[in-house]
Write a protein that binds this ligand. Structure first.
Ligand SMILES: Cc1cc2nc3c(=O)[nH]c(=O)nc-3n(C[C@H](O)[C@H](O)[C@H](O)COP(=O)(O)O)c2cc1C
Length: 193
C-alpha cells in the first residue's frame, strides 16, 4: 500500500480477531517501529510480544493486582482477565529511560510513541487492525514485575493487533485550515483567511 494512503486512511480498530499474526507480519511491524525518529540514536524502545496463553496469564495479573479484586462481580473479574484477549497479539511498547546531556527524558518517550505510530500504520498497510491503549495497568507494579521491567522502564503503550472483525470506521474529515496557521514573521495568519 502507498505510504501516504496508509498514513491518511488508517483508523484504530478495537474489534480484533484471529488468525494469529505471522512471523513475517510481526517482523514488518518491528522494523517499522525501529525506524522511529530517535534523538542521538539512544535506542530507548523495547517491544514485548504477548500472544496465546500468555495473554490470559497476564490477564490474571491484571485482575489480581487490582485493589479489592475479590469483591468485584464475576463480570468485572472476567473483564480484567479478558483484557488482553481482545486481540491475538499485544505488543507492549516500553521506553527505557536514561540520562543524557542533550536528550531530555521526555524525548525518549516521544521516540517510542513514534515507534508505536509506525507500527499502527504498518499494521494498516498489511491489512491488519490495531489500536494503541494505555490505562491503569501501564503503572501497575505487578504487571511491570511480571514483564521483567527494570526501574527505568516505563510502558508507553499496549498495542493490540489482529484482524478487523467488522468494517473499520471511516477516518474523520479534518480540515487542515482548522489546525494550521502561517507565521508571517510578525503574527499568525490562518491559512484560510
Ligand atoms: C497515548 C495514547 C493512549 C491511548 N489509550 C487508549 C486506551 O487506553 N483505550 C482506548 O480505547 N483508546 C486509547 N487511545 C486512543 C486510541 O488509540 C485511538 O487513537 C483513538 O481511539 C482514536 O482513533 P483513531 O486512531 O482511529 O483516530 C490512546 C491513544 C494514545 C495516543
Amino acid at each position: 500500500m502507498d505510504a501516504i494512503k496508509a498514513i491518511n486512511e488508517r483508523v484504530s480498530v478495537s474489534q480484533l480477531t484471529g488468525p494469529d499474526i505471522t512471523m513475517a507480519q510481526k517482523e514488518t511491524l518491528f522494523q517499522a517501529a525501529l525506524r522511529a525518529a530517535d534523538h542521538a540514536w539512544l535506542r530507548p524502545s523495547r517491544y514485548i510480544t504477548i500472544s496465546g496463553k500468555a495473554r490470559s496469564i497476564l490477564g490474571e495479573v491484571f485482575l489480581r493486582s487490582t485493589p479489592e479484586w475479590e469483591g468485584l462481580s464475576d463480570e468485572r473479574q472476567q473483564k480484567f482477565r479478558g483484557m488482553l484477549q481482545r486481540a491475538p497479539l499485544v505488543i507492549v511498547a516500553v521506553t527505557r529511560l536514561q540520562d543524557h546531556p542533550k536528550v531530555p527524558r521526555d524525548e525518549l518517550r516521544l521516540s517510542t510513541a513514534a515507534g508505536i505510530q509506525n507500527m499502527l500504520t504498518a499494521a494498516w498497510a498489511l491489512g491488519l487492525g490495531a489500536i494503541w491503549r494505555t490505562g491503569d495497568m501501564v503503572h501497575n507494579k505487578d504487571v511491570r514485575q511480571a514483564l521483567g521491567l527494570i526501574a527505568n522502564d516505563v510502558i508507553t503503550g499496549f498495542v493490540y493487533i489482529g484482524h478487523a472483525s467488522g468494517i473499520p470506521k471511516q477516518p474523520p474529515v479534518m480540515l487542515s485550515s482548522d489546525f494550521v496557521s502561517e507565521w508571517n514573521g510578525e503574527t499568525l495568519v490562518k491559512t484560510n483567511d
